[in-house]
Design a protein around this ligand. Sequence first.
Ligand SMILES: O=C(O)c1ccccc1N[C@@H]1O[C@H](COP(=O)(O)O)[C@@H](O)[C@H]1O
Length: 241
Amino acid sequence: MSAPFLVKICGLSTPASIDAAVDAGADMIGLVHFARSPRHVDADAAARLADHARGRAAVVLLTVDADDALLDALVARIRPDVVQLHGREDVARVAAVRARTRLKVAKALGIASADDVDRARDHDRGSADYLLFDAKPPKDATRPGGLGAPFDWDLLAGAAFATPVLLSGGLGPTNVGEAVRRTRPAGVDVSSGVESAPGVKDDAKIRAFVAAARAAAAEIAPPEDAARGAADASTRQTRQR
Ligand SMILES: O=C(O)c1ccccc1N[C@@H]1O[C@H](COP(=O)(O)O)[C@@H](O)[C@H]1O
């Protein structure tokens, strides 16, 4: 059986929005530690949110070009399951963070051209546990992600990676299904697309996003997984009666 499809909801900053994501069926919740983001949470707030989510969803700590001292402090305080590196970290830095923290690492890579997809292959050598493809930010952007901008999914056509790929960048409830069907990722990640305003998560959009992602994932699942999924759903329904 193949690995389960992953849904990550990023940029959560309240216990209520974590509950909404977990109740909707998210596998991963993201906490953004980057001061220029409207979703920034400081170390203490992130630690409280991580404790709120722990055991119910994997906690992903998002940092941007954090140095060792900052990473050590954040990891010790927040105790995440995964560190998302959303800056200019190179292959050596990704490997060093993985070795230092002993945590899973998701490396975000900005995609705007076929060359960017080729460059992403440098990271497909075992240094990262996930490759997270996001739109490449414009040069004058105030942050490297969380911009609600999609990239041209056709750039991934025919591209195969050994490392599980999480698709992100401008996803939302209305386009995640098409994105999953066209790119067949291992999972999806969203922030802006499930908000009512920058940094303010919308529970209904979170529910709609997770449902649409799961429905599309079921369509692209190998036949044996689809059969197992149907059997699991039927067992769940029988138990509920
Ligand atoms: O969410 C942010 O503010 C953010 C800040 C700095 C780096 C990354 C950030 N978010 C990540 O960007 C992608 C795409 O987000 P969106 O759905 O297009 O808004 C996602 O991985 C977020 O986790």
